[in-house]
Ligand binder design. Structure first.
Ligand SMILES: [Zn+2]
Length: 186
């Protein structure tokens, strides 16, 4: 007991430090849980069938040059899919979802978007091409993303980053076109 009373200041300091460490680790665990649940929530939205259809329309438009008619259901789906992709970029940029996870899951699709959003510049439809800085932020990082998995093996990454040889529906499909396939995923 004599030791305790002699060193009580040091003991108080140690207990205070321990309390700070426990609080800090609890805060870090809570932050990680919050980021995980935010990632799962946005992934659920991204993988909704409407979003998948919208993205497929974008990839197809990039590959073929065929764009949906103005005010069509397809145009609506494309714009909505791009808006949600932009939202994913914002959440990632703000650190609300881990950028590392976003790039790991989406890098291949983001690399396809390097070639645009499926539309030629059209001043009458600025809502499709303009005002997507957060999506552009993700695309820029996806271009530099290093991946050792099969999605990027055998020249697939380079093929995605290369500008697509545009072809119209009904054209003969050659091996080069198959390499750059919008069916890579949604
Ligand atoms: Zn990859």
């Amino acid at each position: 007991m004599a030791w305790v009373s002699t060193n009580k200041d040091i003991l108080s300091l140690l207990i205070a430090l321990l309390a700070i460490l426990v609080s800090l680790s609890t805060a870090l665990i809570n932050l990680r849980n919050l980021r995980t649940s935010s990632f799962i929530a946005i992934q659920k939205e991204m993988l909704h069938s409407e979003m998948q259809r919208g993205r497929l329309l974008v990839y197809r438009a990039l590959a073929t040059g065929d764009t949906p008619p103005r005010d069509s259901e397809e145009e609506y789906l494309m714009v909505r899919a791009l808006a949600v992709f932009d939202q994913l970029g914002m959440l990632s940029r703000q650190g609300i979802v881990p950028r590392r996870w976003v790039l790991r899951f989406w890098h291949a699709r983001l690399q396809l978007l390097k070639h645009g959003f499926g539309m030629e510049p059209d001043p009458s439809r600025p809502y499709i091409l303009q005002g997507r800085p957060d999506l552009q932020y993700l695309i820029d990082r996806a271009e530099r993303y290093q991946c050792a998995d099969t999605c990027c093996a055998g020249g697939r990454r380079e093929s995605r980053l290369r500008a697509p040889q545009r072809m119209r529906r009904g054209d003969q499909i050659g091996p080069a076109d198959v390499e750059w396939s919008p069916a890579e995923g949604a």
